[in-house]
Design a protein around this ligand. Sequence first.
Ligand SMILES: Nc1ncnc2c1ncn2[C@@H]1O[C@H](COP(=O)(O)OP(=O)(O)OP(=O)(O)O)[C@@H](O)[C@H]1O
Ligand SMILES: [Mg+2]
Length: 261
Amino acid sequence: MSLLEVRNVNKSYGGRGRSSGIPVLRDVSFALEAGESLGLVGESGSGKTTLIKIVVGLERPDSGDVLYEGVERSSASRSTRRGFSKDVQLVFQDPVSSLNPRMTVRQLVEEGLVIHGLAGDRSGRTERVAEVLSLVGLDPDQMERLPSSFSGGQCQRIAIARALAVSPRVLVCDEAVSALDVSIQAQILNLLADMREQLGISLFFVAHDLAVVRYLCPRVMVMSRGTIVEEGPREQIFGDPQHEYTRALLEAVPVPTPVRR
Ligand SMILES: Nc1ncnc2c1ncn2[C@@H]1O[C@H](COP(=O)(O)OP(=O)(O)OP(=O)(O)O)[C@@H](O)[C@H]1O
Ligand SMILES: [Mg+2]
């Protein structure tokens, strides 16, 4: 059984009935295994963010389902769905605007712990906040500061700490580094790779930047106009693409050899 499975998902926007409107996702199916890094690439408007919203439960599919540990979300109980939303955490594109500017780092990282009743009382939570801040390379002594006193790269570390605080099994990243400078991108990518390795979590990493996906993800899916047109090991996708659309995508953007540590 896969950790997470997307089964025959369809989604349209703008219509009133079930399948009217503009189709954005068409019969999308894939599985994510425990501890795996899976990448999703595709041009702007191909449906990547829509798929992510459905995976994390921010949107409902018109048809099809998302299964977590073999349980369909649509038919799961409320408490099962809560567990699901704890276990599958999202990191957004723009770290600065995704963090509430009025909340301190402590409050931001603590929020999920409070919502899910984790880490015990206030002192237990403080300990956990300090622990995850250290994990992502931030100084726990700075937890009473506001996001505005941190750089873009540091804010993305805060967002990652916030997601990791609740001990998720899957980290879903939507263009998680595209708003950052290239040198900072490399640091955040290395951090994500480390977290996957150290904590054994799965990554579902969505980006339009092919080099970034190639660096992080051994398995890659290619999406075009709401359909997954090709899926395979990165060596195949980048070295011997089978689908015409993948070839066009690669030709449009030369993929440089990714940075190594
Ligand atoms: N809430 C919405 N209402 C109506 N249409 C939407 C909505 N969200 C997305 N769309 C449309 O769905 C399509 C897919 O959008 P989506 O944001 O999933 O693409 P994407 O692959 O994430 O693109 P990008 O690389 O630019 O982030 C687009 O045509 C978009 O205009
Ligand atoms: Mg998007």
